[in-house]
Design a protein around this ligand. Structure first.
Ligand code: PLP
Length: 471
């Protein structure tokens, strides 16, 4: 592709995206294909000779779009949102165009320094403690996902708790234990597996049946019982917005218990953390000031195209102590001067994209006011859904609405709840997901797309009511 062809095809690709968005409202939200349908439309092997780029775009329409679940659809309410936005897409494109590797400061200083500044901006915007900023002992980094961030936090925790022994000699016989509630994201167990602790090293702590927040007494008892058995608490994982119901652990109380017993406090606010751009939606982060690490995903609810998971630590020395490695080919004067940050020491992988550009583009073009308006709109629409649920006695709320997440069910029972949700999903009208709370099925409706309106949630509600009537 010549530079001129690139220019022409690039315009066509942006046109394709704009047309795709414009068509979303008329498309079924959930993909309507069976296993193998997409594959059958693709040739067995790659073409021997190059095809025009137009052919790729045409196949997006013919092969790909019918096989997509449209995450940017205004009536996508399943899981949590995976916000994309015009600004983020253009930022991502620019990052691809620049094509720089930011593994160490020296391989492209701007990649590191823009990321540091953007993460400092975001830390300030979310009201995070000053300790997390890059001009102190801590700092932020963009990870691919919250799962990687949690894994990285665990490696740092083991490094700190073992005084570096884990790095040198492996896990040894300390009997490391990790704590999280029954509502903690599954990435915690995966992190323990990847760190070599094994899934049994994770102590699953019970929750309050109403709030689904971690039970502080149970946490304390579990830690003390383990210490009594000669085991060592390494990390306490706290959810600020659990996946199932958006439950908020008490960061102040649980943080105190963890610290008293020498454990690293990791706050997983993958979805709900970004709501803190609004001062009135920060209460769930009270206590984050004493956390050792914190993760939130702008790629969920802050208009930043996947992947962009922002992760901060109070003391970067624990992280770099756990992960730094310096092969000869990466030796350079800047690293040796100690004046620069080399992000390759902040996560498992070496190579890294210039992800900060898309977050920078989002922060600058929306401004904090624009981002607050986005979050507030999601919270308001969720409150509207909660009112609709309260106004129909065939339905009931399961937990209090949490920011932009509403969890409810049919009073008639689990079977009816699941059937109503499935009917709506199968119709393509909207897309919802489910969970179980205290053993009973519930529907989750998570608002978050920048193009969702009141009309969209009302249309979805009418579809649910119709499904309930039929069931
Ligand atoms: N933590 C919470 C609370 C989540 O809800 C999720 C995903 O929904 C994750 C972690 C995992 O996020 P990621 O896909 O970025 O690893």
């Amino acid at each position: 592709m010549t530079p001129e062809e690139f220019r022409r095809n690039g315009h066509a690709a942006i046109d394709w995206i704009a047309d795709y968005w414009a068509s979303l409202d008329d498309l079924p939200v959930r993909a309507q294909v069976a296993p193998g349908d997409v594959r059958r439309l693709l040739p067995e092997s790659a073409p021997e000779t190059g095809e025009p780029f137009d052919a790729v775009l045409a196949d997006l329409d013919r092969v790909v779009v019918p096989g997509l679940t449209h995450w940017q659809h205004p009536r996508f309410f399943a899981y949590f949102p995976a916000n994309s936005s015009p600004a983020a897409i253009l930022g991502d494109l620019l990052s691809s165009g620049i094509g720089a590797q930011g593994m160490i400061w020296a391989t492209s200083p701007a990649v590191t320094e823009v990321e540091q500044v953007v993460l400092d901006w975001l830390a300030e915007a979310l009201g995070l403690p000053d300790d997390f900023r890059s001009d102190g002992a801590g700092g932020g980094v963009i990870q691919d996902t919250a799962s990687t961030a949690t894994f990285t936090a665990l490696l740092a925790a083991l490094h700190r708790a073992s005084g570096g022994e884990v790095r040198r000699h492996g896990l040894g016989d300390a009997g490391w234990r990790v704590y999280g509630s029954s509502q903690a994201h599954s990435s915690l167990v995966k992190a323990a597996m990847m760190a070599g602790l094994g899934e049994d090293a994770v102590r699953v702590i019970g929750v309050d049946p109403l709030t689904q927040a971690i039970d502080l007494d149970a946490l304390e008892s579990a830690i003390e019982a383990d210490i009594g058995r000669g085991l060592t608490p390494a990390l306490v994982h706290l959810a600020a917005g659990s996946t199932s119901t958006g439950a908020m652990d008490d960061l102040v109380g649980a943080g105190r218990i963890a610290r008293e017993h020498g454990a690293w406090v990791h706050v997983d606010a993958a979805w709900a953390g970004v709501a803190a751009v609004c001062p009135e939606h920060r209460t769930h982060l009270a206590g984050v000031g004493s956390a050792d690490s914190f993760v939130t995903n702008p790629h969920k609810w802050l208009l930043t195209t996947f992947d962009c998971s922002t992760f901060w630590v109070r003391d970067r020395a624990a992280l770099t102590g756990a992960l730094s490695i310096l092969p000869e080919y990466l030796r350079n004067a800047a690293t040796e001067s100690g004046e620069v940050v080399d992000y390759r020491d902040w996560h498992p992988q070496l190579g890294r994209r210039f992800r900060a550009v898309k977050l920078w583009a989002v922060l600058r073009t929306y401004g904090l006011e624009g981002l607050r308006a986005h979050v507030r709109s999601g919270v308001e629409l969720a409150a509207h859904v909660a009112d609709l649920v309260a106004g129909d006695d065939r339905f009931e709320m399961v937990t209090e609405p949490s920011l932009s997440l509403v969890v409810f069910r049919l009073v008639a029972g689990d079977e009816q709840t699941m059937a109503a949700m499935e009917a709506v999903n199968a119709s393509g009208e909207a897309y919802l997901s489910h969970t179980t709370v205290e053993g009973r099925a519930a529907i989750r409706l998570a608002v978050g797309s920048w193009c969702t309106t009141r009309a969209d949630v009302e249309r979805t509600w009418r579809a649910l009511q119709a499904a309930a009537a039929e069931g």
